[in-house]
Design a protein around this ligand. Structure first.
Ligand code: DX5
Ligand code: ZN
Length: 222
């Protein structure tokens, strides 16, 4: 199962409802929401209020990527707002296992996120508790950045670790995913592909998503 998750960070916020309906109609699998607090990352974006609004316009799973300090303090707010999946950064959690459990106890799917410089072994002792891992392929904070090529090897290592432990944990990749990078990422073993500028910056969301899916599919056939 390979999934495409458009990041609304690149959407036109003057018509957010239309944008979400358009990507849903275009075949998106999840809606990715980038939450930034101006501390963990040098940018401030959106919070539970936006998640609540998104929940009202789509039935798709809402994938909340928390790029904030002390994420454990805000899990409840995002659950109540209608999130379906919540991921927290390893680098922001002193007690990662506890925070993951906090998300799981609400019945939502929990993910752990790794910055580009954070090694995959950081997840060894929580891997069987998470539903997915999110590997950042850019330094978090902004849309439209260039994919960091070293990430491909990291995804491969993560895939090996998951397979060796006989887990079904999904690998999500976020940052700089587009027509030129998606094949390599898919080939390395990713399952969920976040794309912001590649989708919302294109003229025809449907065609773009189709093209991205085709690249994934073609890579699988190789
Ligand atoms: C970066 C965010 C990403 C970003 C992706 O901090 O987590 O989700 O919006 O945007 P693109 O696809 O343009 O790199
Ligand atoms: Zn993200």
């Amino acid at each position: 199962m390979k999934l495409i998750a458009p990041s609304i960070l690149s959407a036109d916020f003057t018509k957010l409802a239309d944008e979400i309906r358009s990507v849903e109609a275009a075949g998106a699998d999840w809606i990715h929401v980038d939450v930034m607090d101006g501390h963990f990352v040098p940018n401030i974006t959106m919070g539970p209020l936006i998640v609540k609004a998104v929940r009202q316009v789509t039935a798709l799973p809402i994938d909340v990527h928390l790029m904030i300090e002390n994420p454990e303090c805000y899990i409840k707010n995002f659950v109540e707002a209608g999130a379906s999946l919540i991921s927290v950064h390893v680098e922001a959690c002193l007690h990662l296992s506890r925070t993951i459990r906090l998300v799981k106890e609400t019945g939502l799917q929990a993910g752990a996120v790794l910055n580009p410089s954070t090694p995959v072994d950081q997840l060894q002792w929580v891997l069987d508790d998470v539903d997915f891992v999110l590997i950042m392929s850019v330094n978090p904070g902004f849309e439209g950045q260039s994919f960091i090529p070293k990430t491909v090897e990291k995804i491969r290592n993560m895939r090996q670790m998951i397979d060796a432990m006989k887990l079904t944990t999904l690998i999500e990749v976020d940052g700089g995913i587009n027509d030129s990078t998606i094949s390599e990422v898919a080939g390395a073993g990713a399952d969920v592909f976040v794309a912001g500028s590649a989708i919302f910056g294109s003229r025809d969301y449907g065609r773009t998503i189709q093209r991205l899916r085709k690249s994934i599919h073609d890579t699988e056939l190789k």
